[in-house]
Design a protein around this ligand. Structure first.
Ligand SMILES: C[S@@+](CC[C@H](N)C(=O)[O-])C[C@H]1O[C@@H](n2cnc3c(N)ncnc32)[C@H](O)[C@@H]1O
Length: 247
C-alpha cells in the first residue's frame, strides 16, 4: 500500500516511520509512505502556505493553491483515483471499521492541516473524505495522519508477526479484548488465572470469550448492542450480568 502525506512538517514523521512495526512494514515493501512538503508547491517566494482569514478572526488559514497543486501532481502518478482524506476535527470519527476499510485501498492521500485550519475549498472540491481522530482539537493533522497510518498498516498482510493478533484486538470482533498475561506466573503474589496455564485450548477460548464479553459489558455496553453475538455469547453474557461482578 502507498500512503501519500501532505504536510508542512514532514520531519515529524521521521521517528514514526523508522521505528518498530512501521519500519519493518516499509522495509518489507508492504507499505510505502511518501511525504510531500506542501511548501514545495507554494507560489510565494517565501514558501508561505497560509494567509489571514477573510472576514477577520484569529489565526491563519492554509491557502488552497499549494494543496491543490500537490494533490494534482500526485494524481498524475497513478491511474486510479485514491481516497483524498482531509484530517479535520469536523470529519467522521475514525474507528477500527474505518481502518479495515482503508486497508483495502492500494493507495491513500492524507492532507494534514495546521494553524486555524484549511481553506474550505479544499474540503469542498478536493478532498473525497474527512476524518477526525476524536472529539478534541490538535495543533495539526500530522498526529492524526500517523494514527491512521499505524492503525491501517498493522492490518496489511505480512505486517504483524501473527496475523491472528490483529483479529483478536479490541473492536475488531466488535468487543474489547480479553485480559492478557505473561511471565511470571506469580508476581508479588498476584497470580495468573489458572485456566490460562491449563493447556486446555477449549477452556482457554471460552474463558477469553467470557472475559471479553465481561469487559465490554462493564466498560463499553454501547459496543455490545452492535456486536453480533452467538447463542454461546448470549448465555455467557447472561451469566456475567447475573454475577454483576465489578472488574
Ligand atoms: C487547530 S486545528 C484547526 C481546527 C479548526 N479551527 C476547527 O475548529 O475545526 C489544525 C489542524 O489540525 C488537524 N486536526 C486537529 N484536530 C484534529 C482531529 N481531532 N482529527 C483530525 N485532525 C485534526 C486538522 O488537520 C486541522 O486543520
Amino acid at each position: 500500500m502507498r500512503i501519500d502525506v501532505l504536510t508542512i512538517f514532514p520531519e515529524m514523521f521521521t521517528c514514526f516511520l523508522s521505528t518498530s512495526i512501521i519500519k519493518r512494514a516499509i522495509e518489507a515493501g508492504v507499505l510505502t509512505v511518501h511525504l510531500v512538503d506542501i511548501r514545495d508547491y507554494s507560489q510565494d517566494k517565501h514558501r508561505r502556505v497560509d494567509d489571514y482569514p477573510f472576514g477577520g478572526g484569529p489565526g491563519m488559514i492554509m491557502r488552497p493553491e499549494p494543496i491543490f497543486l500537490a494533490v494534482e501532481a500526485l494524481l498524475e502518478e497513478g491511474e486510479s483515483r485514491p481516497p483524498i482524506i482531509l484530517l479535520t476535527p469536523q470529519g467522521e470519527v475514525f474507528n477500527q471499521e474505518m481502518a479495515k476499510e482503508l486497508a483495502t485501498y492500494p493507495r491513500l492521500i492524507l492532507i494534514c492541516g495546521h494553524y486555524e485550519g484549511v481553506d474550505e475549498r479544499v474540503r469542498q472540491f478536493l478532498a473525497t473524505r474527512e476524518i477526525s481522530i476524536g472529539d478534541y482539537v490538535l495543533t495539526g493533522g500530522e498526529l492524526p495522519a500517523m494514527v491512521i497510518i499505524d492503525a491501517v498498516a498493522r492490518l496489511l498482510p505480512g505486517v504483524l508477526g501473527d496475523p491472528q493478533g490483529a483479529w483478536e484486538d479490541s473492536f475488531t470482533m466488535g468487543l474489547l479484548e480479553y485480559p492478557q498475561y505473561t511471565r511470571p506466573r506469580d508476581f508479588r503474589g498476584l497470580k495468573v488465572p489458572e485456566v490460562l496455564l491449563s493447556g486446555n485450548h477449549e477452556e482457554i477460548r471460552r474463558w477469553r470469550r467470557r472475559e471479553a464479553l465481561r469487559r465490554t459489558w462493564q466498560r463499553r455496553p454501547d459496543l455490545l448492542r452492535k456486536a453480533q453475538l452467538t447463542p454461546e455469547d448470549e448465555a455467557l453474557l447472561e451469566e456475567i450480568i447475573r454475577e454483576g461482578k465489578p472488574g
